[in-house]
Ligand binder design. Structure first.
Ligand code: NAI
Length: 333
């Protein structure tokens, strides 16, 4: 079976080549993302396209893949908002993903962002390097006894809820499908979204991007939040209306913002643009604020997660091609 990889980074090649020793598939790597302009790279002898978070697998691309008789689209990530599932089903192309490769990796990165912003570690690091040992401007707060609001309590959100509970915070949660175990053992209290917005000192987003969650952080909801609230998003960029969040930062409603994902990230993330002038003015503005921390979609980026992603992606394809179903994981879409 031949698999064409899009948006390939050097670490993808390392981890997939290593795991593929036990599967023996033919792997072809393209650095470019998959979109209408690049779908022509897929050759007729290819069976699978393997894509990542910013590949555009829309109806047009899927139609072209169907013409090339592609059997499977394998997402090497958990989120699948970039794939037109209806179009894939219409053309009998089966779609699989890696539902929970390492929720701890993403939850730990979320925690790292929270602590960095609260204790201003990003500023302290630079200061000390310049022999500025002053503490002025580095004041933080205790996280202990604060109220944390977590939107989405699935694989990642539930791990993050437990981490926050262990720190002695009160954890408020909102999810369309509450996790009964989290509630039963006293880790969280499920509340309506409005209560979460009004009572939380820190809000962290762990829900998928859907039509219902698109811009869930908008001007109206920002107004409901506590003054100086910290907001962290390690889920998907479009959960936040960037214009509204910039306004919120400017008028000090938002005290700190940590984002590992960004609305327009497909044009910049996963690339080294250090020798260029950044064209995205909103991102440039955000990175200039002292209370904003931006990381470039790296929450998943641990050795354990990459090993698991490579194994599960290839194992999904092995199972689909041999037994026609994936047993033991909610991987087929
Ligand atoms: P999951 O599917 O296990 O959990 C998502 C939860 O969100 C579910 O409990 C679901 O009921 C809930 N949800 C759905 N619609 C909602 C709504 N309208 N309001 C509130 N809650 C809602 O997904 P998982 O694995 O926890 O991942 C969460 C998100 O994290 C993914 O969708 C993905 O976008 C993102 N992610 C980001 C990574 C990164 O590197 N930054 C890596 C992996 C995932």
């Amino acid at each position: 079976m031949k698999i064409a990889f899009f948006s390939t980074q050097p670490y993808d090649v390392t981890f997939f080549n290593k795991e593929n020793k036990q599967f023996g598939f033919e792997l072809e790597y393209f650095e470019t993302g998959l979109e209408e302009q690049t779908v022509g790279l897929v050759t007729e002898d290819t069976d699978v396209v393997c894509v990542f978070v910013n590949d555009k697998v829309d109806a047009e691309v899927i139609e072209r893949l169907a013409e090339k008789k592609i059997k499977y689209i394998a997402l090497r990530c958990a989120g699948f908002n970039n794939v037109d599932l209806d179009a894939a089903h219409k053309h009998n192309i089966r779609v699989c993903r890696v539902p929970a490769y390492s929720p701890e990796a993403v939850a730990e990165h979320t925690l790292a962002m929270l602590f960095t912003l609260n204790r201003k570690i990003h500023k302290a690091y630079n200061r000390v390097r310049e022999q500025n040992f002053s503490l002025n401007g580095l004041l933080g707060t205790n996280i202990y006894k604060k109220t944390v609001g977590i939107i989405g309590t699935g694989n990642i959100g539930s791990v993050f809820c437990r981490m926050m509970k262990a720190l002695g915070t009160e954890v408020l949660a909102y999810d369309v499908y509450p996790n009964k175990a989290l509630e039963a053992d006293g880790t969280v209290r499920y509340v309506e979204l409005d209560e979460l917005f009004t009572k939380s000192d820190i809000i962290s987003l762990h829900c998928p991007l859907t039509p219902e969650t698109l811009h869930i952080i908008n001007e109206e909801n920002i107004q409901k939040m506590k003054d100086g609230v910290m907001l962290i998003n390690t889920s998907r960029g479009k959960l936040i209306d960037t214009h509204a969040i910039i306004q919120g930062l400017r008028n000090k409603k938002i005290g700190a913002l940590g984002i590992d994902v960004y609305e327009q990230e497909e044009k910049v993330f996963f690339r080294d643009l250090s020798g260029t002038i950044l064209e995205d003015e909103r991102l440039q503005l955000l990175t200039s604020f002292p209370n904003v921390l931006v990381t470039a979609h790296q929450a998943f980026f641990t050795d354990e997660a990459l090993t698991q992603i490579a194994f599960v992606t290839l194992d999904n394809l092995k199972q689909l091609s041999t037994t026609n179903e994936i047993v033991g994981r909610v991987a087929e879409l």
